[in-house]
Write a protein that binds this ligand. Sequence first.
Ligand SMILES: Cc1cc2nc3c(=O)[nH]c(=O)nc-3n(C[C@H](O)[C@H](O)[C@H](O)COP(=O)(O)OP(=O)(O)OC[C@H]3O[C@@H](n4cnc5c(N)ncnc54)[C@H](O)[C@@H]3O)c2cc1C
Length: 233
Amino acid sequence: MNVLIVHAHPEPQSFTAALRDQAVATFRAQGHAVKVSDLYAMGWNPVASADDFATRENPEYLVYALEQRLGVKSGAIAADIQQELDKLLWADLLVLNFPVFWFSAPAMLKGWIDRVLVSGVCYGGKRFYDQGGLAGKKALVTVTLGGREHMFGEGAIHGPLEDMLRPILRGTLAYVGFDVLPPFVAWHVPYISDEARQGFLQQYQQRLEQLADDQPLVFPRLAQFDEALYPLA
Ligand SMILES: Cc1cc2nc3c(=O)[nH]c(=O)nc-3n(C[C@H](O)[C@H](O)[C@H](O)COP(=O)(O)OP(=O)(O)OC[C@H]3O[C@@H](n4cnc5c(N)ncnc54)[C@H](O)[C@@H]3O)c2cc1C
């Protein structure tokens, strides 16, 4: 299996980076090929803009998704986007590895999503959910949190974790066709002991060793909807 780990943390020695290293070691020990995009280390540009296209179909007015679609065919799309897209298409499994910032991903990772999940390749027209351009691939979200486990869930102060991560799990990964595996979460990371953190690293290793047995989360399938995308009775 080919694995792409996209890692976004501003501190190279962070615990989130230790999770990345654990994943690299575990996958390689199982004989998988692994590539890592360490966005801060790469100096990744997270800003989707007109600069992403060497030439434009419409130089007067930027329709970003349209220019993505044309630019990826013509070669006008920026080289850093094309390189990440090539890695993404190579991968059978995508791991997004990040600390939760404001119930979401760091801007660095959001900018990778905005620029690399290119219209016309990853989605477009009615190619989304099970018909998405990345159907057949798996995705795993690995997050660290300041919050404690009991703060998440039905009736808990922050609500269910899957609701917090919905824009990523559903609106991004499931939308472009991934089979989205249940997230791996390291809770309350800055406030626990070193031993407890090392416990998370061990749990993560065990989880990754058995990843093939994981059941993906359930999302809509287009066959459940009519031509206008109203739900079928
Ligand atoms: C802008 C912002 C918004 C945030 N929003 C939220 C939010 O909405 N919800 C929420 O819950 N939290 C939130 N947080 C908190 C954030 O998610 C956590 O602080 C973060 O996930 C902790 O992980 P880390 O990798 O940064 O830990 P670090 O601070 O890097 O590490 C914690 C400790 O682990 C140690 N460590 C490193 N490697 C190892 C190792 N191999 N073994 C054992 N220990 C190790 C480090 O030395 C350090 O002492 C937010 C933080 C910021 C900055």
